[in-house]
Design a protein around this ligand. Structure first.
Ligand code: GLN
Length: 610
């Protein structure tokens, strides 16, 4: 059996260096060389998973097909590598200890004293070896390379067992199968304007002291490293100058894999992994075109994001990425206007008039309104007002999860005249509960009642926008993370008043997609389409939103009007849509319009949106 190769990415000096993006970019570069790549993210915190962590503090909770609630870096891996990971691809201290303690309770350690070394460190190594073998790219058999990212910074107390385990692991898998890339910082002191190597020297020394030897240094800095700085680093860190890569500031993160390629990072990795001669030169044509087009877009599409955690953009990372994928496909520059939902509420008008006015000005200036998922009642009234404004004024609207529930509540209140219509999440005593707690399992047992992961949605009608955007498929699989649902008892009432439930689960009891037919674009989804959006393969509902916002929806829908035609003659569909895509494209972008346009069109015509 062929041996798995491992690339470990560690970080030094400070946190927030973009280690996750660097590791994803390394994976992408290796994939572009023809290798099959999987990845593992290690988070040394004690939580068993990210499910209980506040997105306000820690960024969004990313959801996988299998229902795993994981660190947002797994989203970067899925997007860059176009793979589907499992919950086990995210290792935390909590998970490892839980595993070891469960074994201890079963008596598996046969009376031995259970210790960090060797029991925790062995468990970590076994976990890595087991998970690395799981195929994640839809093909059979294990990948060729597994990229492991160790979260945190070298020297953190909580990452020590992992460092020890990984040191042992490098021996276990043997030379030629393990490559360590250390991401570090080379700051420039303004006074002297000199690139300083000392922080990197220190962090490499720390790494060595813990038994790990870096093969490659990836140095973050504002500009490319001077040759003499590289020489100095090489001398002090014992890494050859060709193995020192600079990750200098770039206009958007899609350039990082290109930076790595230009500096021949793949060759350095192949040398360490004994792969020189087996892997081919990286082919990143489509990726390069997209990165460059993204820089040239100037005509804005303004999206008002009406949410709760507007202080930290990472709280909505996948939503932002999905909006970006769709905007690039429509050749528009994405401008997100963050609106704290509560600022739209009447109380803010009395308490903070400036904030209230600013929020409404942003909302009124938007080309599209998006209400994302959320929990808890803060800002709910503001979100309802935003949905009402979009509905009444024909502004393209997308409501995701809580956003969909908000759209239903708003409709019940404004159109059915049920003034106290609400979700029982916010008002357990409402006389008109249009959104209710509807667990898949036990109704009485509160733990584990979240509906999590991939579930199937069946389209109910074939002449609605959502089904067309999804390529006229009969059903789709999207990811969920919610407890509450539209009350099935109120569905007929709402439908009679004009709100269509165009997608439902297999039982017909759970409402998955809601739409208004007599509106330019008003769609709500109980699932989170953002988690499966990819660069070059924008998620259908996001593409619809952005296309509607910039007057391209008809063309986009027409392109996929007849599923039959599309499937037997995809070429025609592509050609008719290219015109749309080339409109509004300038300079460099025109040259590459077909490449990206094709990818985007192909994905939604075929319903290949993941
Ligand atoms: N709070 C809502 C629920 O639990 C919506 C969840 C969400 O938006 N992810 O159903």
């Amino acid at each position: 059996m062929k041996k798995m190769k491992y690339v470990l990415v560690t970080g030094g000096v400070v946190s927030g260096l973009g280690k996750g993006v660097t590791a994803s970019s390394i994976g992408l570069l290796l994939k572009a060389c023809g290798l099959r790549v999987t990845s593992i993210k290690i988070d040394p915190y004690l939580n068993s998973d990210a499910g209980t962590m506040s997105p306000f503090e820690h960024g969004e909770v990313f959801v996988l097909d299998d229902g795993g609630e994981v660190d947002l870096d797994l989203g970067n891996y899925e997007r860059f590598l176009d793979v589907k990971l499992t919950r086990d691809n995210n290792i935390t201290t909590g998970k490892i200890y839980q595993y070891v303690l469960d074994k201890e309770r079963r008596g598996d350690y046969l009376g031995k004293t259970v210790q960090v070394v060797p029991h925790i460190t062995d468990a970590i190594q076994e976990w890595i070896e087991r998970v690395a073998m799981i195929p994640v790219d839809g093909k059979e058999g294990p990948a060729d390379v597994c990229v492991i990212e160790l979260g945190g910074t070298i020297g953190d107390i909580e990452s020590m067992p992992f460092i020890e385990a990984l040191g042992q692991f490098s021996y276990r898998v043997g030379a030629g199968n393990f490559c360590l890339i250390h991401v570090s910082l080379v700051p420039v002191l303004n006074v002297v304007g000199e690139q300083k190597t000392k922080p990197t020297q220190h962090s490499v020394r720390g790494l060595r002291g813990l038994g790990l030897t870096p093969n490659i240094l990836a140095c973050r800095s504002t500009t490319a490293l001077d040759e003499n700085v590289k020489e100095k680093l090489s001398q002090f860190c014992h890494v050859s100058a060709e193995h020192i890569i600079t990750l200098y500031d770039v206009p958007n993160i899609w350039h990082i894999p290109l930076l790595l390629r230009d500096q021949k990072a793949h060759e350095a990795i192949f040398k360490v992994l004994n792969l020189l001669g087996t892997a081919k030169e990286p082919s990143l044509k489509e990726w390069t075109a997209r990165a460059e087009i993204c820089d040239t877009l100037h005509e804005p599409v303004r999206v008002a994001l009406v949410g709760k955690y507007t202080g930290l953009s990472d709280s909505y990372l996948s939503v932002l990425k999905a909006l970006l994928h769709a905007s690039v496909a429509c050749r528009k520059k994405l401008v997100v206007d963050w609106i704290a939902a509560s600022d739209l509420e009447d109380v803010t008008e009395t308490e903070n008039l400036d904030a209230y006015k600013a929020a409404w000005k942003l909302l009124k200036g938007a080309d599209a309104v998006l209400v994302p998922g959320g929990f808890g009642d803060r800002g709910v009234q503001g979100k309802i007002l935003a949905a009402k404004y979009a509905r009444e004024n024909g502004i393209p609207f997308l409501g995701i999860c809580l956003g969909m529930q908000i759209a239903v509540i708003e409709y019940a209140r404004s159109v059915l005249g049920l003034k106290d219509a609400n979700s029982t999440e916010f008002d357990s005593n409402t006389r008109n509960p249009c959104v209710i707690f509807m667990p898949e399992g036990s109704k009485t047992h509160m733990g584990g009642t979240m509906r999590l992961g991939s579930r199937r949605t069946y389209f109910q009608v074939m002449d609605c926008k959502s089904v067309k955007l999804y390529g006229n498929r009969r059903f789709i699989d999207e990811r969920h993370r919610h407890r509450y649902e539209v009350n099935p008892d109120m569905v007929a009432h709402l439908e009679n008043a004009g709100l269509s439930f165009t997608g439902k689960d297999e039982t017909g009891c759970r409402m998955e997609i809601v739409e208004l037919h007599d509106h330019p674009y008003y769609i709500g989804a109980q699932f989170h389409p953002e988690f499966k959006s990819r660069p070059g393969k924008p998620s259908a509902l996001f593409l619809g939103l952005i296309a509607a916002a910039c007057g391209q929806l008809d063309a986009v829908l027409q392109g996929c009007e007849s599923r039959e035609k599309v499937s037997c003659d995809i070429g025609n569909c592509l050609n008719s849509n290219k015109k749309v895509y080339q409109k509004n494209v300038n300079g460099y972008a025109t040259k590459h319009a077909n490449i990206i346009g094709d990818a985007a069109i192909y994905s939604y015509c075929n319903g290949v949106h993941s």
